[in-house]
Structure formats: C-alpha cells, structure tokens
Design a protein around this ligand. Structure first.
Ligand SMILES: [Zn+2]
Length: 130
C-alpha cells in the first residue's frame, strides 16, 4: 500500500507560489494538483485533494480563477457556492407589479454565478494575478 502525507495549508500555499513563479496559468484543477504534488515530493509523497487545493488557491488572493460551466436543465434553488462553499446571493429583478423575481445566484467570494438553470462547474483555469 503506498504511503503518503497530507500537506498543511502553509505548505500548499508555498508550493502554489513556487508553481506560479514559473508559469502564468494552469489550465485545469487536475493539472494544478499534479504540479503541486510534484513540487512537494521529496523523501515523502504528498497528496492534496482537488477541492481543498481550489479553496487554498482562492484564499491565497494571488490567483484568479476562471470557472468553466455547463448549463443543466435542472432548476433548483442553491444555497452554497459549488466552487468555494460561500453562501450564494440571489440576483433579483423588480417586476412591473412591484415585487421581485429571482433571476439566479452569484457568489461574492469567487466568480461563480448561475441562472435559474443550474450551471455546473466543469473546469477551472488558475491564473497568476498581475
Ligand atoms: Zn464561490
């Protein structure tokens, strides 16, 4: 059975800084995971889960996240952001009758947004902030 360790947040942050010191962008979350694990590999193997890596990347404030989505036919109200877990805000519009209607949801922390037909993230592009 292969043995591996889980790196601390600090270690992952430091690794992300090294990875992006030599490149401007990484085109998928899976590729970012491979690069970070390769960077961390020394005498021990490290593994970092993709959702956790994404959270640390968002929190670092040094990377921009481009979220590619696919629209589903699903109409369901959303509470949490599927990208970062933040509580979503409703995007509303006034109706001619003076009420409001929900048009969709957006996240104030990352750039995720969706209309009433749910958009599901399929790919992430990470770019170094200038
Ligand atoms: Zn979010």
């Amino acid at each position: 059975m292969p043995e591996y360790r889980i790196p601390s947040d600090d270690r992952v942050r430091a690794s992300l800084a090294r990875v992006f010191s030599t490149r401007h962008a990484v085109n998928s979350q899976r590729q970012l995971k491979r690069l970070v694990e390769k960077d961390l590999k020394g005498e021990e193997d490290f593994r970092v889960g993709e959702p956790r890596l994404r959270q640390i990347a968002i929190d670092s404030g040094r990377l921009d996240l481009e979220i590619h989505c696919r629209e589903t036919g699903e109409r369901r109200s959303l509470v949490r952001c599927p990208v970062c877990g933040e509580r979503l805000r409703r995007v509303r519009n006034m109706t001619v009758f003076g009420g409001t209607v929900t048009l969709g949801y957006r996240c104030a922390r990352c750039t995720y947004w969706t209309g009433l037909r749910k958009r599901v993230p399929t790919r992430y592009v990470f770019t170094r902030r200038q």
